[in-house]
Design a protein. Structure first.
Lengths: 503, 177
């Protein structure tokens, strides 16, 4: 499909990582048709100065490619009428760049709440900020329907976002999300930054995925500059990524059970999570492993004491985690809440190219570590976790399996870590703009990174797409027909990022 | 489950003593801690608001409630409603999109009330300085009484900061465990 679509165009030579093909509006629309037919997955779509770009994945051939379309006229055909998942991505691009997506059914602003001093902050000529009309939530009308507004400040210690429920008694008829509260203007801050300064920003797009973000940024920069980090660095990066996955999955399994009022599991998982973070701190010097993956390699080597700390952790997890899995499996009151709750159908998961745990719990067999493999996973593959029920229970089980797979992978990796340097200073100095793109499997799903470097190796444009962009809409679908009291359970089983989405 | 419960009964808790180090946080006024302790004794209800954080600080604030730090043993607890709160714990570089929600949360709290800014972003906007979308330090929006720095601060640092507030007579925090 990708081949046929791009038969008449040739890829841009400056783009590395995978091909980027400049296309015209007709091909852009043909992409829309292919997305509608389900032959391609849309992984991302973003604006640029005078252009839009999208990333496509063909499941049948496991090929990945970007397409870019000239948008200097300020207008581009919308993909949303063909493919609903494009809608929020286009609304965001419209907010940031002032692009007009012709045919976009939903024209409400998304990230712009009318509170910034500028409109279209990434456009060549931004306008002074304007007060926007109140946000119109979608209507759901009928006898006995009532609305429940929740947020942006929630009851727990979580990120801010607004949920507008329309309920009939206890049953949710419609949920609509309103996000953008944590928008920090990261994409404009990145413009003009040095590689090092940009790496620090990338590490803080979503704190729980700091390793994944640092990795995707580093790989995109390395692709653009044609550099390859030393082998030991590649392995250490993956060790950090798997530790991050284990820590977050442990937290999620506990928190999901906690939202089903089974706090014992939360306490037990909390202990294991803390032990994981402490192992990370003694191995790499930071509990969340922030700023440790840098373009060119890693900032800290793993000493023998660090290896021992991680191995002590995996041993502890091997001893204690199976007991908790058994506890989850054998507690009927807990299963009663999770089984059959918040179902995401396989069809929807496929349409939205549902990343990570949510996709794999609904039968979408995609994991960037396997499907678009990058070192060291290309030579040391991991087993893919898979379920097809698509409910909260399935998402718990995918996490449980992934924790188990990661423990085994870590032990094998630490036994065969290559020796040598862990960082190679990237010296290449481009004489014209160079671009790189990368895909990295974070704990939540794949994070996509695109970097364009200009003369002096300053960032010209960097876009980092959190998997939550494709997950949030599915949460709206998952809760439909469930009771309001099951929303925390469903929400936690997705655990979407607000900060990563809002940027 | 019974086996697990029994095992937990006979094994010692993993709860740890807290060191008294005071590096990493700065208070607006030294008399603050006496004031809070006099007013509230050893009971502190905290409402946390993420004003645009990357979620890193939230993860570590969460960790305060795990079995190692067990913040409730000091009488400190996180509450759902600002109406029940003594302290507003704020993270993030205060995004313009969150500013009003933060101010409203503060306004909903009954006096006496205090504000703690957590993390390098809450302290001074961190890496997000100069963004069109951020106000900056929490102190630009609310009167901040205590700042706990770090990116993110560790649970141990957070706990030291919170206990400092409650230490009326300078007793060691470890004594209070």
């Amino acid at each position: 499909m990708l081949k046929a679509l791009f038969a008449d165009s040739s890829p841009d030579g400056a783009h590395q990582g995978w091909p980027r093909v400049p296309v015209d509006a007709d091909v852009w629309r043909a992409i829309g048709e292919a997305l509608r037919e389900g032959k391609l997955d849309l992984l991302g779509l973003w604006g640029d100065l005078g252009a839009v770009q999208c990333v496509l994945y063909e499941p049948a051939t496991r090929q990945i490619a970007s397409a870019s379309l000239d948008a200097r006229s300020g207008k581009v055909p919308s993909l949303a009428p063909f493919h609903a998942p494009a809608s929020r991505l286009e609304r965001a691009a419209s907010d940031l760049f002032g692009l007009e997506f012709t045919g976009l059914p939903d024209r409400r602003p998304w990230l712009d709440h009318g509170r910034w001093p500028v409109q279209h902050p990434l456009a060549e000529s931004s306008r002074p900020g304007a007060i926007l009309p109140p946000y119109q939530f979608l209507q759901a009308e009928g006898p006995s329907l009532h609305q429940i507004p929740v947020g942006p400040v929630h009851a727990g210690i979580i990120e801010p976002g607004h949920f507008r429920f329309t309920a009939s008694g206890e049953t949710v008829v419609r949920l609509e999300e309103r996000l953008g509260y944590t928008h920090k203007g990261i994409e404009r801050l990145l413009c003009g930054k040095s590689i090092d300064a940009a790496a620090r920003l990338a590490a803080r797009v979503s704190g729980d995925s700091t390793v994944a973000y640092s990795l995707v940024f580093a790989r995109a920069v390395e692709a653009a500059l044609g550099s390859r980090p030393p082998p030991r660095a590649l392995w250490l990066r993956a060790v950090m990524a798997e530790l991050e996955r284990i820590a977050n999955h442990l937290g999620d399994v506990g928190a999901i059970c906690n939202d089903a009022a089974f706090s014992m599991m939360h306490a037990e998982c909390g202990i294991l999570r803390e032990q994981t973070l402490r192992a990370c701190a003694s191995a790499f010097g930071h509990r969340l492993m922030m700023d440790l993956i840098v373009p060119g390699g890693v900032a800290a080597d793993l000493e023998p004491a660090g290896v021992a700390a991680i191995l002590a952790l995996t041993e502890a997890l091997r001893g204690q985690f199976p007991e908790l899995v058994e506890l989850y499996e054998n507690t009927a009151s807990l299963q009663d809440r999770t089984v059959g709750t918040g179902i995401v159908s396989g069809a929807l998961a496929a349409q939205f190219a549902a990343p990570g745990v949510v996709g794999r719990a609904s039968g979408r067999a995609f994991d960037a570590r396997l499907c678009v493999p990058y070192p060291p996973y290309d030579t040391a593959p991991l087993q893919i976790a898979a379920r097809s029920e698509g409910d909260v229970d399935a998402r718990v089980w995918v996490r449980i399996q992934e924790i188990q797979h990661s423990i085994g992978w870590l032990e094998r990796a630490l036994a065969s870590l290559p020796d040598g340097p862990v960082r190679e200073i990237v010296r290449a100095v481009p004489t014209s703009s160079v671009e790189g793109a990368a895909l990295v499997e974070g704990f939540r799903g794949e994070v996509l990174g695109y970097v364009r470097l200009g003369v002096g190796r300053r960032i010209e444009r960097c876009h980092l797409r959190d998997p939550s962009w494709l997950l949030w809409p599915l949460l709206e679908a998952a809760i439909e027909g469930n009771i309001v009291a099951d929303f925390p359970l469903c929400n936690k089983s997705f655990n979407c990022s607000y900060s990563g989405h809002d940027l | 489950m019974r086996r697990r419960l029994f095992k937990n009964l006979i094994t010692p808790p993993c709860t740890e003593a807290v060191s008294e180090a005071t590096a990493g946080f700065e208070a607006a006024a030294e008399e603050l801690r006496g004031a809070i302790a006099r007013r509230l004794g050893r009971s502190l209800a905290i409402r946390e608001v993420d004003a645009g954080s990357c979620n890193g600080c939230e993860l570590e604030i969460h960790a305060l409630s795990n079995a190692f730090y067990d913040v409730e043993r000091f009488g400190i607890r996180f509450v759902a409603s600002p109406r029940h709160a003594d302290v507003l714990l704020v993270t993030g570089p205060v995004t313009l999109n969150m500013r009003e929600a933060l101010e409203r949360t503060w306004a909903a709290m009954p006096a006496p009330k205090w504000v703690i800014a957590v993390g390098d972003c809450g302290a001074g906007c961190g890496v997000f300085a100069d963004s069109y979308a951020c106000v900056g330090a929490v102190s630009k929006v609310l009167p901040v009484d205590l700042v706990i720095r770090g990116c993110p601060p560790t649970p141990a640092q957070l706990l030291q900061g919170l206990l400092w507030l409650l230490r009326a007579d300078g007793r060691a925090a470890a004594d209070m465990a």
